[in-house]
Write a protein that binds this ligand. Structure first.
Ligand code: ATP
Ligand code: MG
Ligand code: MG
Ligand code: MG
Length: 465
């Protein structure tokens, strides 16, 4: 089943159950200063859940374009490493605003998966929140899912991808338990069932998350039941497509295979299984959709998220031996794959290509020299890249810190991030002392998350890239 059919079947199933089909909102959320990029289907309905906005419907369904490349949900570091994560993906969702609750949500999901998409029920698992007997009973007694395949999960246990079956919009406000549906891709693939110590593997893949907004949490942490509980669900289109196309990895679905072939063509790569091709195929989707939605690469905020994604793709092209602009050419291939679902893609293709090409030319000027500096810093076999080199790469050669860290990670090397911060501080101090530089802000990197606390621009030379 192709992506177009998967989308269509999802929406028509929920439409027939009284849901209003709502268009995807843009990647930059409207009126939400707490969130940089849309990362789930519920984002455009946030105020409806909070009771601040009223809609003429109480049931909705959508296919939402999402980006997870920063903030609370950052999957940038997973791309190229897991079979199931993208920076850009499409989330299929159904929503109830004080209308139906757990029972219907679980029944709808099960019916759609097993009767419309015809997934074999014996391959499906469900998790519920530790204390959520109500959801457990629905799975066990009404759906008839064998108890061995219903797993109770508590709060996050701290593992990298650990399931966390309690959802909250923020520290206060609506929250509640989740129930997640997993598909077992079979014993040939490494990984344990949800909740087990090796659940980080790719055998059991989470396909659908059902969130039951049931409580309101106040500032003291007290939870009181919401007068009208709500439902928010999200299923990754690419993960479902992998299941339906009988492949294991998202990168093996039709859409990605075509993009991977295009990336191979533009980089002159013979081996279609090369990991860099996956990263490039992922990143052309994220970059293009972000530009279509009005963003341009820049040195802070959204623009820097976009720049980091583009430059990662370019570095992978470089790794494959391509030193000329190539990335922008993939826009046409993307239009072929996704233009029917997103007409705005074809309309903006020329514009997107110009923006990408410009960024490629710009980074192309420093990438090669930066790589030489990095190679020579690593030549002595060190296991830690010193912070000063990482800072020079960032400051003079336009290597975002996460890009440098990613190159190092491929070789089992870590980056001295503290040293990076020290070098950054030192340069700021020099700048302040010389009085030639105006402080605006600075990038701070803390482990997995990159967040901006500001940025420093070299006003005179404009060399910040
Ligand atoms: P995982 O545990 O696999 O990282 P998640 O629990 O973070 O997924 P949710 O926040 O529950 O994901 O999002 C709802 C659904 O969206 C998931 O069940 C999955 O199908 C899909 N999804 C989430 N993140 C990604 C991603 N980075 N790429 C592709 N699909 C995703
Ligand atoms: Mg995740
Ligand atoms: Mg999960
Ligand atoms: Mg989840």
């Amino acid at each position: 089943m192709k992506s177009a059919e998967i989308r269509e079947k999802f929406l028509s199933f929920f439409k027939a159950k009284g849901h209003t089909v709502v268009r995807s909102s843009p990647l930059v959320p409207a009126n939400d200063p707490t969130l940089m990029l849309t990362n789930a289907g519920m984002v455009q309905f946030k105020d409806v859940f909070l009771g601040l906005d009223k809609r003429p419907y109480t049931r909705a369904t959508s296919v939402q374009r999402c980006v997870r490349a920063g903030g609370k949900h950052n999957d940038l570091e997973n791309v190229g490493y897991t079979a199931r994560h993208h920076t850009f993906f499409e989330m299929l969702g159904n929503f109830s605003f004080g209308d139906y609750f757990k029972r219907d949500a679980i029944h709808f999901a099960w019916d759609l998966l097993t009767t419309v998409y015809k997934l074999p029920p014996e391959k499906l698992w469900a998790t519920v929140y530790q204390e959520d007997d109500e959801a457990y009973d629905i799975w066990a007694n009404e759906i008839g899912l064998p108890k061995e395949r219903i797993v109770r999960i508590g709060d996050n246990k701290g593992a990298r991808y650990a399931s966390d079956n309690f959802w909250q919009m923020a520290d206060t406000g609506p929250c509640g338990p989740c129930s997640e549906i997993f598909y077992d891709h079979g014993p040939e693939i490494a990984g344990g069932p949800p909740g087990s110590p090796d659940e980080d593997g790719d055998r059991y893949i989470e396909i659908w998350n059902l969130v039951f907004m049931q409580f309101n949490r106040d500032e003291q942490g007290n939870m009181t039941p919401l007068p009208s509980p709500c439902v928010d669900t999200g299923m990754g289109l690419e993960r479902l497509a992998a299941v339906l196309q009988h492949v294991h990895s998202n990168y093996e679905i039709d859409l990605f295979q075509n993009l991977i072939r295009a990336a191979a063509r533009e980089t002159g790569t013979a081996d279609l299984t090369n990991n860099s091709l996956k990263v490039i195929a992922d990143h052309i989707r994220a970059s293009t959709f972000m530009i279509v939605d009005g963003l341009i690469p820049g040195s802070d905020g959204h623009g820097y998220v976009l720049r980091r994604i583009i430059r990662r793709a370019l570095r992978h092209g470089y790794k494959l031996g391509q030193t000329r602009p190539f990335f922008y050419k993939l826009v046409e291939d993307l239009v072929k794959e996704m233009g029917a679902a997103y007409p705005e893609l074809a309309e903006s293709a020329g514009y997107v290509q110009r923006i990408l090409r410009h960024e490629e030319e710009r980074f192309g000027e420093t990438l090669d020299n930066g790589m030489k500096i990095l190679e020579s810093a690593l030549a002595d076999g060190t296991k830690v890249l010193n912070g000063e080199t990482a800072f020079t790469l960032y400051d003079t050669y336009g290597f975002p810190l996460d890009l440098t860290a990613d190159i190092c990670r491929e070789r089992g090397i870590t980056v001295d991030e503290q040293g990076f911060d020290v070098a950054m501080e030192k340069q700021k101090a020099t700048a302040r002392a010389s009085g030639k530089f105006k402080m605006a802000a600075m990038l701070e990197y803390n482990g997995e998350k990159t967040r901006f606390v500001g940025y420093e621009r070299l006003e005179e030379t404009g060399t910040v890239v």
